[in-house]
Design a protein around this ligand. Structure first.
Ligand code: PLP
Length: 396
């Protein structure tokens, strides 16, 4: 099909909920994608964070091809070959929890709230989350999300959620009461502007939850899978959650998410309480195991730490040169550059010049490069960004 035909078919038949660029991506390899017109792009925001190893990583492709020819899906009232092994890998590399598998970040968030409510009953049901958080688009997940723009028009929202400022332990302590079942936190707020939680805040939040008998949930949908330079961002803090949610990079681009719960919480989820038809299917599990193997065998955590430092250092240099970058934030390869000017036109110009990145919160340029990205690819992207900053530098 021709590019125009493809776009027309969307316009006629697909709900217009996304602001799409007129680009049809047809192939990807590592940090490069190609469009239907034969143009190539350097992708430093692959799959909105889902292609954590880049596009079509050979180990993931091999595992998927092998598994697709063997068994794609089997219901959860049977065992499959890979779900238990994947749960073991996640557990061994995080905090020893038990896993429930599902398909999207929002689904993991909804499930985490159910787990917390059922475990802490009776009497406790409230979940405290942070302003500027993002937890997904289903009804409870938008209610958990601490940004009004996601709530408007969908009222009445789910009862039992409250929001307090991020990195403010006193506000959290004031808001937790005898009906609170959990506090939920992104250790690095992604969509909210790449805001990094302070170490002392996270430690105090753990103490607060322990002292008040409240569960601590880390939403690692975006930070999980290695992009911060640790398999899971809570390792950076040395603080363990009671429940963790994962999605995005977990299965190398296939739809998969997980709730990881302290074993006693996991064991409370007995038959009839929760389920997901597609969750933990052998195809997604085989892909996720291949991701773990690639990260281990190819030393990708160390690479991510080094590449992330390179990117942040170079962005700071660019800030000094142009005067257009106020602050560079993030850990590993989860990086945001807060501009003094609007980011959207800059991201558009970058795309026209062959670089895919993202803008969030109006002025934050966001990078979630693949853990396999090279320093020369990052430099190539930064050169395109530099030109775009210079083009739009005077705009307010
Ligand atoms: N939680 C966080 C931290 C996210 O960044 C996202 C998506 O960006 C979600 C939850 C929702 O994930 P999904 O879009 O897969 O439902």
């Amino acid at each position: 099909m021709k590019t125009r035909q493809i776009i027309d078919s969307y316009e006629k038949h697909v709900v217009p909920n996304y602001t799409r660029n007129d680009v049809v991506i047809i192939k990807g390899e590592g940090s490069r994608v190609r469009d239907s017109e034969g143009r190539t792009y350097l992708d430093l925001f692959p799959g909105w964070g889902c292609d954590g190893l880049g596009h079509c990583h050979p180990k993931v492709v091999k595992a998927v091809k092998r598994q697709a020819g063997r068994l794609i899906h089997v219901a959860n009232n049977y065992y499959n070959e890979w779900q238990g092994e994947l749960a073991r890998l996640i557990s061994a590399n995080s905090f020893g929890g038990k896993c429930f598998f599902c398909n999207s970040g929002a689904e993991a968030i909804e499930g985490a709230v159910k787990f917390a409510r059922i475990f802490t009953r009776p009497g406790r049901y409230k979940v405290l989350t942070m302003l500027d958080s993002f937890h997904g688009r289903t009804l409870a997940a938008i209610t958990a999300t601490g940004q009004d723009k996601y709530h408007k028009g969908f009222e009445p929202l789910s009862p039992g959620f409250a929001h307090v400022p991020f990195n403010d332990i006193d506000a959290a302590a004031r808001a937790v009461d005898g009906e609170t079942c959990a506090v939920m936190l992104e250790l690095i707020q992604g969509e909210g502007g790449v805001n990094v939680a302070d170490e002392s805040y996270v430690a105090k939040l753990r103490d607060l939850c322990d002292g008040r008998d409240v569960l601590l949930i880390f939403d690692e949908v975006q930070t999980g899978g290695g992009r911060t330079g640790e398999y899971f961002a809570h390792k950076l803090y040395g603080v363990e959650p009671d429940i963790m949610t994962l999605a995005k990079a977990l299965a190398g681009g296939l739809a998969m998410s997980a709730i990881v719960a302290r074993p006693d919480i996991g064991d409370a989820i007995v038959p009839g309480l929760h389920a997901s038809t597609f969750g933990g299917n052998p195809l997604a599990c085989a892909a996720a195991i291949a991701v773990f193997e690639a990260v281990e065998e190819d030393g990708l955590l160390e690479r991510t730490r080094a590449a992330g430092k390179h990117l942040r250092d170079k962005l700071r240099e660019l800030g000094r040169e142009t005067g257009l970058i106020k602050e560079v934030r993030g850990r590993g390869l989860m990086v945001g550059a807060e501009l003094t000017v609007p980011g959207a036109p800059i991201v558009k110009t970058c795309m026209e010049n062959g670089l895919l990145i993202n803008c969030t919160h109006d002025t934050v340029i966001r990078f979630l490069p693949s853990m396999t990205v090279t320093e020369s690819e990052l430099d190539e992207g930064l050169a395109i960004l530099r030109d775009a900053l210079k083009t739009h530098g005077g705009e307010k």
